[in-house]
Unconditional design. Structure first.
Ligand SMILES: [Zn+2]
Length: 293
């Protein structure tokens, strides 16, 4: 069945201009997603035919839903991650309750053993965190996600329920989960820098999200990871500040060596990449929202 699906003629670029629209399948293991893109609302409507699109494959009608789960991440119709966070909190809450039952405050396992068992809770909460960490700018999401972690931190610290969340996290020696999510997001950007798979003109053009690979800041014809990190004029101040810390000129051949010289250098490169890619991602999001409005 998969072979048939993946070889279907999806009649892409229906208005005949390359890059304006596309329809494609993305498949991984037993998950299949049909991706429809268009730079304008009109194109998208044309691609999906109706405001409430219906897809019929082999006479089987696939109707749209309010939310979907793809590779373990729940996406709602508004393209927000609140639904996913709520689901992760419920799941991790169940784990925390089960652990509570085997870890009484009086007697029972030592603190180091409690700590090992407790790691399951933040791990469940943080699945796919680099993708949805931006949703933690909303206070209610942070509060929600801290709930199960607080529950289990009370058992690590063997503390009363009246102790504040910040205090119990310190005594239990656990990093608040919303900070861990941010940290994972920074690591994710380091990976984008090393692989070139990120918010770069070249990459966005390759996947038909943009019509051109050029740099929107300095209009050089190709915006790729080398251009963004080492050449683009927009980021010269950030680059000079980084070079002052790592004490060498940075380029494709020297950046890895500089990162590995010291912890401080590693952190500085991480901050540099995180800042630039964070700004680029946010600007791209704004542009896409603008073109879909
Ligand atoms: Zn540029």
């Amino acid at each position: 069945m998969y072979d048939k699906l993946l070889h279907m003629d999806l009649d892409t670029n229906i208005i005949g201009l390359p890059g304006n629209s596309s329809v494609s399948f993305i498949a991984f293991a037993d998950d299949v997603a049909l991706i429809v893109t268009g730079l304008t609302t009109e194109t998208l409507e044309e691609m999906t035919n109706e405001a409430q699109p219906e897809l019929i494959i082999n006479d089987i009608r696939v109707t749209p839903k309010e939310k979907l789960k793809y590779l373990g991440i729940e996406l709602c119709k508004k393209l927000g991650y609140g639904t996913h966070i709520r689901g992760a909190v419920v799941k991790a809450g169940r784990t925390a309750s089960a652990l509570e039952r085997i870890l009484p405050n009086v007697r029972g396992a030592r603190q180091d053993k409690r700590k090992i068992l407790a790691t399951t809770v933040p791990n469940q909460l943080l699945y796919g965190a680099p993708i949805w960490a931006d949703a933690l700018q909303f206070e209610n999401n942070v509060k929600m996600i801290l709930g199960p972690q607080r529950k289990i931190a009370l058992r690590i610290a063997m503390a009363y329920r009246t102790v504040s969340t910040s205090a119990v996290m310190v005594v239990a020696g656990t990093i608040p989960v919303h900070l861990m999510a941010r940290e994972r997001q920074k690591k994710y950007r380091q990976i984008q820098m090393l692989t070139g798979h990120g918010c770069f003109g070249y990459y966005l053009n390759k996947y038909k999200i943009r019509t051109s690979a050029e740099c929107v800041d300095c209009h050089m014809p190709v915006d790729n990871v080398e251009h963004t990190d080492f050449e683009c004029d927009r980021w010269w101040q950030e680059r000079r500040s980084l070079e002052a810390i790592v004490d060498c000129d940075i380029g494709p051949d020297s950046i890895i060596g500089a990162m590995l010289k010291s912890r401080e250098n590693w952190r500085a490169v991480k901050e540099f990449v995180g800042k630039i890619l964070g700004i680029k991602e946010e600007e791209e999001r704004q542009t896409q929202r603008g073109s879909l409005a």
